[in-house]
Design a protein around this ligand. Structure first.
Ligand code: ADP
Ligand code: MG
Length: 673
């Protein structure tokens, strides 16, 4: 019996050379091989009489070679092998391109099975390059056939042999990570059966069972892993915060809080008073007022004699938070400081000393500074903004600093409720699903490139009124080099400068140093320039209340939630704001997606639509959620997700150490923990 996580070479038939070829595909362990699931399947079971063939249908024909094969050289490098095949109903012409050796495998008077795409027209029936094998030795036909992703060094045959060996030596003998009682409650097949049938399905029903079981397993382990993170934190009781008089804080606000803000604050304060470290996500659309939720928590924490920290993803955002929050909190006696890279060394030292002596109550900075620079005398709360940039691991790292502060994360990427549970399974989630009153809706338009002249005229008008404009253009191609990104942005900026010769066009791209990028964005925020062109870097929000238009080029290349995120960059001031989505795509799907943007401004609804139309990958972008990649499960399958979560919640970890270990490995292997 082999260990699932043993190197491939422990399998019979896999030596150094094969192992190396597999490794190039990212397959290093037995488990990698077993979970190299087929990309799709071909149903090679149906057999049809030649007379009944339908053009374009993939099917098997059972028949005899009716005449000796004929070789024709069409031109250099293109040889044809042709022969007729008969069954009781008719004749079919079979053609092979450049596969002359097949001639030697065909014997007269022997029955063969040919599987391929039937062609049928006036001249009769035919098949090109079918799979051909003797009817009494069917291996590749007569069953559901798995189709794998392969690479240069790894043939299908090699892969199947490897999988067979892995199945033989592991899958049926190893203990199942899904406890038997869970399998019974949710009607799941055993691991051995599942792996066997996902690779070599006996029939459709077995394949469906296998797939459901393996998807369940992934979601289940995910949920168990996330619960493990939660458990680790909850195992460290902290001093419960006292109930303090919050009225000075509420009285200092220039507005009344929305019901949603009140609810989120109540949830967070009650966490902090519970004696267990808070681990809460507050998610709400841009502009929903998350900062005030954070401010209330900070006030509560400081009044409890503890210190608070707020981490923003960029210096600019940190500074903006500092300006707003110190104006609100300093008069209430909270001692606030800003700690970013641009603060002088001397000042930094002073701030560090003061946090160490609890001479400061609240420090605002970027993630890096707070995570490795500063020692707090009595840290009670850490707030992180724009959570979707940080993974599960970073959250864990914070806890590991030893003080087990309460954690509040704020995210402007609304995630559908069902999904939030799994993606943030280690967090409690508050939904800030209401905007402060009096917000003007951002007018959104979806137009084709033909409208560009009109769009430019509109932009000029807005700029004449003193407004600023964002323009987002995506990278040239998916997976293109970052240098192409620079080129795209630079060329676009050049063009636009010609369109608006009297305006200052700024640009940022992915190849710039963070410092230079921030300098450009700060300049824009300060009003030094009317147009800011970028790729999606401005997704990490800066607050420019004077910006009133967001133009997105090639809008079809962005996910809905991403578009929504971009749209949220405008409409932050008192001016009516606009979002213009430019796309020349005629695909029905794109039109439908852009239509959602035009008609909906609620981020939660956009997210639900996004999930429905494109599945979950889309609105997280490339692994932004910080979860291990899923190989077979789909986070949009909310029913299975719910079942897996329920099962994970009911699992007693002490009884199933194997399951817990595998769940933990899931996170450590993918580098997220
Ligand atoms: P978010 O961080 O959720 O995008 P902010 O906290 O930056 O939103 O709030 C956006 C703007 O709305 C800020 O100018 C803030 O002062 C204002 N604001 C917050 N809450 C309210 C409220 N209840 N009523 C009116 N304005 C509010
Ligand atoms: Mg914010």
């Amino acid at each position: 019996m082999t260990d699932l996580f043993a190197n491939l070479q422990t399998l019979r038939g896999i030596g150094v050379r094969r192992a190396r070829a597999f490794q190039k595909m990212g397959i290093t362990t037995v488990n990698d091989l077993l979970t190299w699931f087929p990309r799709r399947y071909e149903d090679r079971r149906a057999v049809k009489a030649i007379a009944d063939l339908v053009d374009g249908e993939s099917v098997c024909v059972r028949g005899f070679v009716a005449a000796p094969p004929v070789v024709t050289r069409v031109r250099d490098g293109l040889d044809l092998l042709q022969f007729p095949v008969t069954d009781h109903s008719g004749v079919m012409r079979v053609t092979f391109f450049n596969r002359l050796w097949i001639k030697n495998t065909l014997a007269p008077g022997t029955a063969y099975v040919f599987y391929g795409k039937a062609e049928r027209n006036l001249f009769g029936s035919a098949m090109s390059n079918p799979v051909a094998e003797r009817a009494d030795r069917q291996e590749e036909t007569g069953r559901i056939w798995p189709v794998y992703s392969l690479s240069a060094g790894v043939s299908r045959r090699m892969l199947c042999q490897g999988v067979r060996a892995a199945l033989r030596e592991c899958a049926t003998t190893l203990p199942d990570v899904i406890p038997e009682e869970v399998r019974r409650s949710y009607g799941l097949c055993a691991a051995g059966f599942a792996y066997e049938n996902i690779h070599f399905p006996e029939n459709e029903a077995a394949l469906a069972d296998a797939r459901r079981r393996l998807a369940f397993e992934e979601l289940f382990l995910l949920a168990v892993g996330l619960r493990g993170f939660r458990g680790q934190r909850e195992a460290h009781p902290v001093e419960a915060f006292r109930d303090v008089d919050m009225s000075p804080f509420y009285d200092a606000l220039p507005f009344t809080l929305t019901d949603a803000q009140r609810r989120c604050i109540a949830e967070a304060l009650s966490d902090m008073r519970s004696g267990v470290p808070m681990n809460r996500l507050c998610q709400g659309d841009v502009g929903s007022g998350k900062t005030m939720v954070a401010a209330a928590c900070v006030y509560h924490c400081v009044r409890n004699g503890r210190q608070a920290a707020l981490m923003a993803p960029t210096e600019l955002l940190a500074r903006q938070h500092y300006e707003g929050l110190s104006a609100l909190l300093s008069p209430l006696g909270v001692r606030v400081a800003l700690l970013t890279g641009s603060v002088s060394a001397k000042e930094k030292r002073a701030i560090r000393r003061r946090t160490g002596e609890q001479d400061l109550d609240f420090v605002i900075g970027t993630h890096a500074l707070i995570s490795d620079g500063v020692e707090f005398a009595r840290l009670g709360l850490v707030v992180t903004d724009e959570q979707h940039r940080f993974g599960v691991a970073q959250r864990g790292a914070l806890a590991a600093k030893g003080q087990y502060p309460h954690i509040l994360v704020m995210s402007a990427t609304p995630i559908p409720r069902t999904l939030a549970l799994s993606v943030y399974g280690d967090l409690d989630v508050s939904f800030l699903d209401e905007l402060p009153p009096g917000r003007r809706k951002i007018q959104t338009y979806a137009v084709s490139g033909d409208y560009r002249p009109r769009v430019y005229r509109f932009l000029e008008k807005q700029m004449a009124e003193g407004r600023q404009i964002y323009i987002v253009c995506p990278m040239v191609e998916e997976g293109a080099e970052a240098s192409d990104d620079r080129k795209a942005v630079t060329e676009y900026a050049y063009e636009l400068q010609n369109v608006f010769p009297n305006r200052r066009v700024l640009s940022v791209h992915g190849r710039m140093k963070p410092k230079d990028k921030e300098a450009v964005m700060s300049a824009f925020a300060a009003g030094d320039g009317e147009v800011l062109i970028s790729t999606t870097v401005i997704e990490v929000g800066i607050d420019v209340p004077n910006a009133s238009v967001m133009v997105v080029e090639n809008a079809e290349r962005f996910g809905l939630s991403q578009l929504h995120q971009l749209r949220g960059r405008v409409g932050r001031g008192k001016h009516q704001s606009y979002c213009i989505l430019i796309s020349d795509s005629r695909s029905e799907e794109t039109r439908r997606r852009l239509r959602v943007m035009v008609t909906t401004s609620d981020g939660f609804r956009v997210a639900e639509e996004d999930l429905r139309l494109r599945g979950p990958g889309d609105f997280f972008g490339e692994r932004q959620h910080g979860l291990p990649p899923l190989k077979i499960a789909n986070l949009a399958d909310s029913e299975l997700l719910r079942q897996a979560q329920t099962a994970a919640a009911e699992l007693s970890p002490e009884r199933y150490p194997l399951t817990v270990r595998r769940a933990a490995e899931l996170f450590s292997k993918s580098g997220t923990a």
